[in-house]
Design a protein around this ligand. Sequence first.
Ligand code: M3P
Ligand code: FE
Length: 304
Amino acid sequence: MGILRLAHIDVRTPDLDLSTAYYTEVMGLQQVQRTDDTVYLKCWDEEDHHSLRMRYHPRTGMDSFTFRVEAEDDLADFENKVEAYGCPISRVSRGEAVGQGESLRFEVPSGQIMELVWDIEKTGNLLGKHNPSPTPPPDLPGIAPPRMDHMLVNAEEVAESAKFFIDVLGLRMTEQVLDGNGHQLGVWLAGRTNSPHDIAIVNGPNGALHHWAYWLDDWDHIRKAADTLAYNGVQIDQGPTRHGVTRGNTIYFFDPLGIRNEVFTGGYWVDPDTEILTWTEDNFGKGLFYYENVVSQRFLRMHT
Ligand code: M3P
Ligand code: FE
């Protein structure tokens, strides 16, 4: 049993049209469905119904984030484990959410609402399953990432939150940042993927979303993404640069409502027996941004 990977993130926006224009034209996602107050989006190489849900609400924020579990029976196991840990939990029935069946919802120790689901509607990627082209149509607008890669949430007590994700949900830690007293300031966690992280938790206010990231295939695509962002007047937060933690190449920037996005590539291959890498607080600048060696206050303090 176990947690496979990040499935989708659900956010609120006070300007659904502006957000939709940004995520389709600048980020280059596919709009898969729209109702009066909700838009569903996905990347061109994603098989699931959607990876981003945006709904109208006067206040920007994250409603929830959803991970997919490996088997249908896993939901009952996780329900017992999460309940035993003491988190309030509820079942969402089939038919209540677009693109998926039954799911579990609970509040993680750092206050965000997490969802686990197995039954996801598979609508397929843009390439199809018969003699597929290796690339998407060349005229896709914007950055057009193939898939969502990871997310980062804040926690006042990183160690407590990390313990929940590792001991209860079974994620594996790949890297951590420790302060001078050996307390965790940040942890990077992987599900069943072989990437350095599907979710990271870094010190900050409970309930907050720091960013989510889209995968790009190489550094040259990161450079092109920077051109696309600058051309469209998007506010860049940091980069293009490289993380020390994960070794990934990155740019951080803000969507029109102030939610931080990242594009990410590189990193290293993680196996279940890969040893944990540890960073000390005095090297946190390099861990964050290896070339700049800077602990940016905007980067650490701004969140959704
Ligand atoms: C990443 C990453 C923070 C570190 C962020 C790191 C917020 O986003 O992809 O490794 O301290
Ligand atoms: Fe990231």
